[in-house]
Write a protein that binds this ligand. Structure first.
Ligand code: 2AM
Ligand code: CA
Ligand code: CA
Ligand code: CA
Length: 283
């Protein structure tokens, strides 16, 4: 069993403190940032704020835990399978922090107030701490493996819907136009008539936090990376929900096609996606 501390330093306290500091800084930069580049495609945006937040997070983690490894979105080569390649090189790390400094960059750029900082800690490949922070709503979502999940200090529980037709589901429309996007659109097309409604709010980490908090019944998206999912997946599991890949395999750090739900609807959810052939990237 991993411990949650080194000496007197709590991993969770550092994750919370780091996510809060980065989030407050990001919020202070709303509408006040300069360099705006596109990364892999014209829809794949990155700003100096993504990079600055990651630097801040890396510095804080390294100060506390100099022997831990860090995987962050802005520290690797961009591209559709960015985290898979990076994970391969780093997979033997005992303690691995998985960081998305700004999840929902497009929202940040447009001032749409739905973006987050996502920080997870994995011990021997298993996520043991997950923190997602939305500075705009001042909501901090925290989970520790085996110890439950909390939003603003209050225990979270997933929603109770038992049928897809009563469910509010979220998904994402990825920037990867040739791979993930058409598959996700296929899923959207198939799911839409079978559910109460669908939301596409632009931050995978926050969508997962909302499933954990019972505000969404489920979420799926094709072609994500480890940093979009790791913290949110633990939030959902520790709130009583279910997290798999879109084919129903157990969640691991290498999963890129994610399906999370309150558990009750999971089977029906995945079978509708499967019927639409919308569970994997087709190339
Ligand atoms: P980001 O804002 O950190 O880049 C929305 O569909 C989700 O997809 C967001 O969590 C977003 O994270 C992520 N995303 C954006 N561009 C992406 C890309 N090119 N490949 C994979 N995921 C991406
Ligand atoms: Ca990005
Ligand atoms: Ca992201
Ligand atoms: Ca990001």
């Amino acid at each position: 069993n991993p411990s949650f501390t080194v000496g007197s330093k709590s991993f969770t306290a550092v994750a919370i403190n780091t996510a809060s500091k980065a989030g407050e800084w990001i919020q202070s930069k709303l509408g006040d940032f300069n360099s705006l580049h596109t990364k892999y495609s014209s829809q794949d945006l990155v700003t100096e704020i993504d990079k600055g937040a990651e630097k801040m997070i890396r510095n804080l983690i390294q100060t506390h835990f100099p022997h831990h490894s860090i995987l962050g979105e802005e520290g690797v080569e961009p591209g559709p399978a960015a985290s898979s390649k990076a994970l391969e090189a780093i997979k033997d790390a005992e303690y691995l922090w998985i960081v998305d400094p700004l999840d929902g960059t497009t929202n940040f750029v447009h001032g749409f107030p739905f973006f987050s900082v996502s920080i997870a800690l994995a011990y021997k490949g298993e996520v043991i701490v997950g923190v997602v922070y939305n500075p705009m709503s001042n909501e901090l979502f925290v989970a520790e493996k085996g110890k439950g999940a909390y939003v603003k200090g209050k225990p979270m529980n997933v929603s109770k819907e038992a049928k897809l037709i009563d469910s509010l589901i979220a998904t994402g429309l990825p920037a990867d136009r040739n791979g993930a996007l058409p598959v996700n659109l296929q899923g959207l097309n198939a799911l839409c008539p079978k559910v109460r409604n669908i939301r596409v709010a632009g931050s995978a980490a926050l969508h997962l936090a909302y499933v954990a908090a019972g505000r969404l019944s489920g979420f799926w998206e094709i072609g994500l990376n480890a940093w979009d999912i790791a913290a949110g997946a633990l939030l959902v599991e520790e709130s009583g929900g279910k997290v798999t890949d879109t084919e129903g395999n157990p969640y691991t750090l290498s999963v890129r096609n994610i399906a999370a739900s309150n558990g009750h609807i999971h089977k029906e959810f995945l079978s509708e996606l499967d019927a639409a052939s919308a569970v994997a990237i087709q190339v």
